[in-house]
Design a protein around this ligand. Structure first.
Ligand code: MV4
Length: 449
């Protein structure tokens, strides 16, 4: 079988660069790593077939430097670029530039990246295709008067969100009519400062939702499947700490119903490659809030649940291959949980860059560790503090929790503080063990420790 691509440039670092390289190896694709001067000793550079230094430590000069990355792809003769997550992964202009250079962007079409980057456009598109939304404004709220009218209709509290925002950036809650003017003005001012776009919309504020997201794959022939949901409710300041698949709160019937609606909508849109739809779930109802057009950090829990290699699928789909299986061929086996291990103080969450003097990863049945760490590695201070993902898989959720507890006890990252001790405390908590939590659970748990 001819390889899908000859040589792929992985425009990322850390564990996700390794994750993409591993898929390439199995597909017989050569890999090119790019790195900043701070990452010359990084594992993603060591494991790649070739590497190119693309600039100084600051991400804007290296991992976000489109010209440097495209030059690296050109001089090494790469025929595709995988962006990983973060950095340029949801930059429609970059995807266009990659294609303009005659290379394949491993991801969706630029038009879909652009559409989903505009939260109002994303909601409009989904609503018109029958996907449920949170009650709120029909698009932009252009004046305070309009905000008052919509808020009166949906009822307080309400949330003002920036259309260019997402992931929790650019949101303001108004508890009552008196708070609306401030929330509206501050949200607009912050959106203008942060995104250069002060367009905002309004939603009813849900007070204790779960954050549930649905993974989809789509080919160029109008076939779309979903790979079930992930429950990402355990977050702090919009940073996820632990994710699971499936959600402890969702039945097979709910999953199938939501999946049917979503896959039909994406087929209609002509979406291609991998994507994730984010929902808030409260009182038995799903409400779409955003769509991510990239591979996500927490994709491994879905892989363990379905036995499908999402990165391999991304390459196949980008090469124009058909999915090759139908929804009914996809089976969900057992339960998977991921812990994000960050180089952070487990109490203050301050980053803890520095040298890892010793490293021992857990193993055994149903245990997976995605990490670019090694003994002697110096975690640089310039990037995201995620240093490892521990993923466990077992036939039931209770068994997965037991496996998680014993894997966390085996895991040794010496020399720097990490969030491992926090995860060890979370798995002992009765509410966590019962799967009984909302998006506010972790902040309260941390405050009570
Ligand atoms: C909301 C919400 C409550 N009601 N929208 C935060 C991140 C962004 N993706 C959407 N977010 C929220 N939107 C309505 N109408 C609460 C949040 C929210 C949240 C959502 C998911 C996970 C964690 C969160 C933490 C705080 C607030």
């Amino acid at each position: 079988m001819a390889a899908l691509f000859q040589k792929v440039l992985v425009a990322n670092r850390g564990e996700i660069a390794l994750r993409v390289q591993r898929a390439c190896r199995e597909l017989g694709i050569h890999t090119v790593a790019v790195h900043s001067t701070a990452d010359a000793q990084a594992m993603h550079v060591r494991l790649a077939d070739e590497s190119v230094c693309i600039g100084p430590p600051a991400a804007r000069d290296s991992y976000l430097n489109m010209a440097a990355i495209l030059s690296a792809a050109t001089i090494t003769g790469a025929d595709a670029i995988h962006p990983g997550y973060g950095f340029l992964s949801e930059n429609a202009q970059f995807a266009e530039m990659v294609e303009a250079h005659g290379l394949t962007f491993i991801g969706p079409a630029p038009e879909h990246i652009r559409m989903m980057g505009d939260k109002i456009a994303a909601k409009r598109a989904m609503a018109s295709l029958g996907v449920p939304l949170v009650p709120g404004s029909d698009g932009e709220v252009a004046s305070l008067e309009e905000a008052r009218t919509v808020a009166a209709r949906v009822g307080f509290p309400v949330l003002i969100k920036a259309t260019a925002g997402g992931g929790g950036r650019g949101m303001k809650v108004a508890r009552d009519a008196d708070g609306l003017e401030d929330a509206y003005r501050v949200a607009r001012a912050e959106a203008r400062a942060a995104f250069g776009n002060d367009a905002v919309y309004l939603e009813k504020y849900l007070d204790r939702p779960r954050h549930i997201e649905l993974q989809v794959l789509a080919d160029a022939f109008g076939h779309v499947v979903h790979l079930g949901e992930r429950d990402c409710s355990l977050q702090r300041r919009h940073q996820k700490l632990l994710e699971e698949a499936g959600s402890p709160a969702i039945s097979a019937q709910q999953r199938n119903a939501l999946g049917a609606t979503v896959t039909a909508a994406l087929a209609e849109l002509g979406y291609r490659n991998a994507g994730t739809l984010e929902f808030l779930y409260q009182d038995g109802q799903f409400a779409f809030i955003e769509m991510n057009t990239r591979l996500q950090v927490e994709h491994p829990v879905t892989e363990m649940l379905c036995g499908i290699d999402l990165v391999r699928e991304q390459f196949r789909l980008a090469a124009g291959e058909p999915l090759g299986y139908r929804q009914e061929d996809i089976r969900f086996h057992g339960h998977a949980i991921e812990c994000r291990i960050n180089a952070e103080d487990p109490e203050t969450f301050m980053p803890t860059p520095g040298e890892v003097s010793a490293y021992h990863a857990p193993g055994g049945l149903g245990v997976r560790v995605d990490s670019a760490l090694y003994a002697g590695y110096k975690v640089p201070p310039f990037y995201d503090s995620l240093v490892a993902k521990l993923i466990v898989h077992a036939p039931t959720r209770a068994q997965a929790v037991a496996r998680l507890r014993r894997s966390l006890a085996e895991f040794a990252v010496v020399g720097i503080k990490t969030t491992l001790p926090l995860h060890q405390r979370i798995v002992e908590d009765p509410s966590f063990q019962a799967g009984d939590y909302s998006i506010h659970w972790l902040e309260r748990f941390v405050a009570g420790q």
